[in-house]
Design a protein around this ligand. Structure first.
Ligand SMILES: Nc1ncnc2c1ncn2[C@@H]1O[C@H](COP(=O)(O)OP(=O)(O)OP(=O)(O)O)[C@@H](O)[C@H]1O
Ligand SMILES: [Mg+2]
Length: 273
């Protein structure tokens, strides 16, 4: 199939021997009586980028939120099936949700800086986890901003309000804020949709670097982005009862050049959605 997608040459397609970081098995999600996801079985390998793609309303954000239990905050939401990190359950009485959310950070569609300085934004998480020494915080803040490729732009104005940064800078600051608590997984829900093309490419470059250390799951409506940045991709679609289902998943190169399902091909070539 000729699609004209630019695939990242550094993408690793042979991940079969690597460790599975996140896994769902027969996972369903309900909002009250409405079933938003049906029987999703998907494995996400450690230190890779998984792109979740599919039309609006098929449950991509809901799926992402299953992993850090953000859906817990929605009244009436409940999950079924197996959901694991490193082979351990994410749901259940023994799970410490605060520790889980430290391990699994999230970056949202719209940058959401807190109404405080750049420094305090990034120090927020570490302080919550009991780090108060100025030396330690200074070090964490510099490292996180270096990792998120923002340090050079903000090192002389760390005390200024984060709201004064540009959209692309705010999003990289939000990524630094996630990195500051040393997570293992980063969930990104359309992280570039509010950014211009140059800022988008910066965030994509950053994701490739971060994937050497972290497991990343990204939801995106930008097919070029999914093709450029991800190692693996999963295509979701709504069934007739509006429940989201996994149509197919696999190496990004396969999904974008040789999809098994006609619906995947139609979606990625822009025939619907
Ligand atoms: N808090 C909620 N309460 C009730 N229903 C919800 C809630 N959040 C999402 N839904 C429903 O679940 C389904 C999936 O929504 P979700 O936001 O996960 O889709 P999505 O694939 O992320 O869509 P988009 O691409 O537009 O962001 C939709 O039918 C939506 O109306
Ligand atoms: Mg969404």
């Amino acid at each position: 199939m000729k699609t004209g997608f630019v695939l990242n040459e550094n993408v690793r397609t042979e991940l079969s021997g690597e460790k599975i970081k996140l896994r769902t098995e027969n996972t369903s999600l309900y909002y009250g009586k409405f079933r938003a996801l049906r029987n999703i079985t998907l494995s996400i390998k450690e230190r890779s980028i998984m792109a979740i793609i599919g039309p609006s309303g098929c449950g991509k954000s809901s799926f992402l939120r299953i992993f850090n239990r953000m859906n817990d905050l929605i009244p009436g939401a409940r999950v079924e099936g197996k959901i694991e990190i490193d082979g351990n359950p994410i749901y259940g009485p023994a799970v410490d949700v605060v520790a889980l959310r430290k391990k699994i950070g999230m970056v949202f569609q719209k940058p959401n800086p807190f109404q405080m300085s750049i420094y305090d934004n990034i120090a927020f998480g570490p302080r919550q986890h009991g780090i108060f020494s100025k030396n330690d915080l200074d070090r964490i803040i510099e490292t996180s901003l270096q990792q998120s490729a923002l340090w050079e732009e903000v090192k002389d104005k760390l005390g200024q309000p984060a709201m004064g940064l540009s959209g692309g800078q705010q999003q990289r600051m939000c990524i630094a804020r996630v990195l500051a608590v040393e997570p293992e997984v980063i969930l990104m829900d359309e992280p570039c949709s509010a950014l211009d093309p140059a800022a988008t490419l910066r965030v994509e470059d950053l994701m490739r670097i971060l994937a050497e250390q972290y497991t990343i799951v990204i939801v995106t409506h930008n097919m070029q982005q999914a093709a450029r940045v991800s190692d693996m991709a999963a295509f979701f679609m709504m069934a007739s009862d509006r429940a989201g289902e996994l149509v197919e998943s696999g190496a990004t190169t396969q999904i974008f050049t040789n999809p098994k399902d006609k619906r995947t091909e139609d979606y990625i070539t822009g025939c619907f959605g």
